[in-house]
Design a protein around this ligand. Sequence first.
Ligand SMILES: [Fe+2]
Ligand SMILES: [Fe+2]
Length: 402
Amino acid sequence: MQLQIPPIVDDNRVTRSLPIPVRRQLEAWVDNVNTLLSVENPLVMGRMAPSAVRGLFLRTGRSGRTTSLKSSHRARMDFQYPSDHPEMRRLYEKAKRLQWNGATDLPWETDVDPMNPEVPLLAEDFFDWDVMAAGGVATDEAGRLRLIHDTTSWMLSQFLHGEQGALMAAAQVTECVPFFDGKLYGATQVMDEARHVEVFLGYLDDKLEKRYEINDNLFTIIDSLMTDGRWDMKFLGMQILVEGLALGAFGTLYRQTSEPLLKELLRRVIHDEARHVRYGILALSDLYTNHLSDRERIEREDWAFEIVLLMRNRFLAHEIYDEHYAHLITRREWNKVINRSPGMQVFRKVMFERLVPNLRAIGLLTERVMPRYEKVGLGRYFGMPSTDKLSDDQLLGGEDAA
Ligand SMILES: [Fe+2]
Ligand SMILES: [Fe+2]
């Protein structure tokens, strides 16, 4: 069944005439309500609504307080200690071999100057400066350097917050995964994610000296998967969706940046993340292909699609907009200039190039949902290789991966 609720119209002429704080609030509110109304499956909408209220409307992630999320998953113990998943066991052995120390294995002595155009954090053509200037953003050299610094800080901040979510989710997954070999592997992922939090935090605080709060949409997604009691939804949300996108985003930034410390940091994190996505594919492909009822499958297909849409449409650096540009242009005008920046387009392309094939690999890209992906322009990624079929070079974003 499809809900037929029209979106709320956000009229640019009306919003422009409002005082800035009121306009910012109204634009964000309209945007959020429209996002919720666009969810087609009522079951999925009902399940996502509490997380959306906490994330989008109460903005819990930005409250400045410690946030507790209640989960009702069951922790499984097994005193038979079975060898029940040889591939996960192999992944566990590999993960043990490839552990590294975030404090000593990275060149932290590197002098990073975000304002040095000789060692740019982002590639020269990340933004189309003519489009930005025409839109009223970064109209001079100082503004351009600041935007590059802010954009890198904003991205790495979202990576950091995602890594904290991954740390918590990996611990939950370790408790509830039904394979004993999966629990051993899961423990290595908990350690990996702790290291990722450590290195992104270190880079942001010590080198960029600027950190942004968590994006409300990212918080909503993390909230949704962490509070869901079903073990497979945690895998689907974190290991397949969030980590799949992160893998694409890390690979793109790895290629974009010329800053050597950041490059090495990302290279190491990418290798870890590839194992995490592989773990998700191993855990879910048989379950989703052979053991779900129609109702269960449809719910997961639709939930995955809604999360993909959230990530596709709503990571537009509104935190930077709020900080510097809300008094100059409307949120809709900002969305337009950001969407047109070549760097953001590459990010989007590589992220979905990683994610969509993984949905196919676990059996969630069915004929029922393919037209919906096609409609939002993601159909071109259907035939691409899933993460478990990619070489290390391809995962780092080598030309052959494009
Ligand atoms: Fe991670
Ligand atoms: Fe991860």
